[in-house]
Design a protein around this ligand. Structure first.
Ligand code: DAK
Length: 255
């Protein structure tokens, strides 16, 4: 299977498994990613870790050979499919951590951009090189990259198609951290920094921050007031604040 979904401890692990083509995304693979995300949504996983099989690549992007010689309506459907699947990842009820273990180009970087967090191994190299193919990104890159690194850096990466090293990606905030060792272990260790907290409250935090990038500040503040009030209605807020007073560790129940 070119898309493998497994479980490791409290996590779902999605592995792109087409190393002979550097885990390039065929449309079938994109559909399979969509189905895997649906499975994760139904599961008890506390976070989703995404990585690529092999030692060279997270994902070298859309399958360039498959993209050729399709009519325009097929191209539009292709872009809409990639966008829909990656948006499903972006809005998944639990957070996702893309561990970029090698090349992440084009659609591969767009998959990572739709994840909640991005980690990179030292050998990671990322970019949106579509311009070199006479194309522009089609799976969300023009929209998500500027939200992550700002307009000027996004335009530079998209208009030059240049490759960014792991160090530069960390410096410009494109990845959260550079990690060593086994990519899945590294993703799990990172996720464990937050997955012990209340899942619904983590969801409120993600929703509020996500909306911050789409709405004017006054509207965003209303969203924050609503969601932070909603957090107070959870058992976990009662438990967390009581645990503080009682000088003990909180025991959350995800409710
Ligand atoms: N697609 C298909 N096959 C790929 C591939 C890709 N993106 N990337 C690598 N491969 C294959 C190679 O063809 C090769 O296969 P064989 O020739 O051995 O059969 C195998 O993987 C190993 O690759 P290399 O031999 O090239 O390995 P190197 O280490 O020498 O080079 C590389 C690694 C990552 C620098 C190089 O493979 C490379 O430049 N790959 C292409 C990277 C790229 O340009 N990706 C972005 C693609 S554009 C849309 C609109 C836009 C898009 C999609 C849809 N719609 C409107 C529908 C654009 C999306 C993109 O992602």
């Amino acid at each position: 299977m070119a898309v493998e979904l497994g479980t490791r401890d409290e996590f779902a692990v999605l592995t792109l498994n087409r190393p002979e083509a550097l885990n390039a995304l065929s449309f079938k693979i994109i559909e399979d990613i969509g189905r895997a995300i649906d499975e994760v949504a139904k599961s008890k996983a506390r976070a989703l870790i995404i990585t690529g099989a092999g030692t060279k690549a997270f994902c070298a992007g859309a399958d360039i050979k498959e993209l050729r010689n399709r009519d325009l309506s097929a191209q539009k459907r292709g872009a809409e499919l990639g966008q829909a699947v990656f948006s499903k990842l972006d809005t998944l009820s639990v957070a996702s951590v893309a561990v970029i273990n090698g090349y992440a180009f084009g659609g591969g970087l767009e998959l990572a951009l739709a994840s909640t967090f991005r980690l990179a191994t030292k050998n990671a190299k990322v970019g949106l090189p579509e311009i070199k193919l006479g194309l522009i990104p089609g799976y969300g890159g023009t929209q998500r990259l500027p939200r992550v690194v700002g307009e000027a850096r996004a335009l530079e990466m998209i208009m030059t198609g240049r490759t960014v090293t792991a160090e530069e990606a960390e410096r410009i905030g494109l990845v959260n951290r550079i990690v060593d060792g086994d990519p899945v272990e590294a993703g799990m260790a990172f996720a464990r920094e937050f997955t012990g907290f209340s899942l619904p409250v983590l969801g409120f935090a993600r929703s509020a921050v996500k909306r911050a990038l789409d709405v004017p500040v006054p509207e965003g503040l209303k969203i924050e007031a609503d969601l932070s009030t909603l957090a107070f209605q959870t058992k976990d807020a009662a438990e967390g604040t009581a645990a503080f007073e009682e000088k003990r560790r909180a025991s959350f129940v995800d409710g």
